[in-house]
Design a protein around this ligand. Structure first.
Ligand code: NDP
Ligand code: ZN
Length: 352
């Protein structure tokens, strides 16, 4: 089979590989729709996870089951499935500790395009199909369904980690697809004022649709000053980091009130350290919590998010600005995600 792969840091290309072999609990899936992630860009073009050779990219897909192992009970060939970006080993101590994202090691629940071939192949392997796949309801179009697998679960996790309360004031730094979903998740959890930080007009428009009450453009100057001016010097209860560089942690700590929470779902792809501003952190005594997490995956998470889409609590269509048809367009879509033209939020490739 062929697949679009990271050949080495800074280089992608099409390669041929053997079709994956499945064990008794696994499934072999062929993609029906895929989307490249900004994380693929960090991984390839920043070498953020270290070197990877001839690893097929991609971790956002909906697909059709081709084959299942003998112990798989609830899925069969022909079923259409939502495939989470995170597919943990459910028999692990980290799962018992409550952190399936790190099953069998730090970030190790993230397998596709990290520790094994991703979903940009003609076929891909899913471990523990009964625990990691979810049935795709007919009502949800493929383009929207593929946004559930990573963008929605990640942005919503930003809102969960931030523990948004009814009426919380929130800043969301970064309003790409992840930040937009953090805004949508914050609104669903009952946030009051939501300030989105970004500049691309297409994202600004979508941020307002998803619930941003204010927009701050980081290109117009220091966001701490701009947001402090907006809030009469008070700052906000919660900050969700979903874009920007390592400097955003310091900004978030300045912006959050004592007792508040900074939640990070951004993938910091460069630099050795994230700096905490000592005074803004109350010399260590401000009760300003810093949390960060990889998005939740697995079947139950997907089913719960699917319900939010199916019962129209969230509309994912505004996230998808570009749709391509045909396998060969995956490379074009990936490079669009690297270049981020002004009219782009997310591209989706429908596979024939
Ligand atoms: P995008 O690149 O589409 O969005 C980034 C956003 O950050 C844009 O709104 C951009 O503004 C804004 N931004 C850029 N520079 C700054 C700055 N200096 N200050 C403030 N805002 C800035 O990314 P995605 O939404 O696709 O992904 C966001 C991050 O989430 C990525 O790092 C990605 O790898 C990560 N991620 C993490 C996951 C997890 O499990 N934790 C899962 C999936 C993704 P502009 O409008 O100008 O472009
Ligand atoms: Zn991703």
């Amino acid at each position: 089979m062929k697949g679009l792969a990271m050949l080495r840091i800074n280089e992608v290309g099409w390669i041929n590989k053997e079709k994956p072999v499945i064990n008794s609990y696994d499934a072999l899936v062929r993609p029906l729709a895929v989307s490249p992630c900004t994380s693929d860009i960090h991984t390839v073009f920043e070498g953020a996870l270290g070197d990877r050779h001839d690893m097929i990219l991609g971790h956002e897909a909906v697909g059709e089951i081709v084959e299942v192992g003998s112990d798989v009970k609830e899925f069969k060939p022909g079923d259409k499935v939502v495939v989470p970006a995170i597919t943990p080993d459910w028999r692990s101590l980290e799962v018992q500790a409550g952190f399936h994202q790190h099953s069998n090691g730090l970030l190790a629940g993230w397998k596709f395009s990290n520790f094994k071939d991703g979903v940009f192949g003609e076929y891909f392997h899913v471990n523990d199909a009964d625990m990691n796949l979810a049935h795709l309801p007919d009502e949800i179009p493929l383009e929207s369904a593929v946004m559930i697998t990573d963008m929605m679960t990640t942005g919503f996790h930003g809102a969960e980690l931030a523990d948004i309360q009814l009426g919380s004031s929130v800043v969301v730094i970064g309003i790409g697809a992840v930040g937009l979903m953090a805004i949508a998740g914050s609104k669903l959890r009952g946030a009051g004022r939501i300030v989105g930080v970004g500049s691309r007009p297409v994202c600004v428009d979508a941020a307002k649709v998803y619930g941003a009450t204010d927009i701050v453009n980081y290109r117009n100057g220091d966001i701490v000053k701009q947001i402090m001016d907006l809030t009469q010097g008070k700052g906000v209860d919660r900050v969700i980091m979903a874009g920007g560089g390592t400097e955003t942690l310091g900004q978030a700590i300045h912006l959050v009130k004592p007792g508040g929470i900074v939640s990070n779902v951004n993938y910091h792809g460069t630099g050795d350290f994230l700096e905490v501003p000592r005074l803004a952190w109350g010399c260590g005594m401000a009760h300003k919590q810093i949390r960060g997490g990889l998005c939740p995956g697995g079947r139950l998470r997907m089913e719960m998010l699917i319900d939010l889409v199916k019962y129209r609590r969230v509309d994912l269509k505004p996230l998808v600005t570009h749709v391509f048809n045909g396998y060969n367009n995956i490379e074009k879509a990936l490079l669009l995600m690297k270049d981020k033209p002004k009219d782009l939020i997310k591209p989706v490739v429908l596979i024939d």
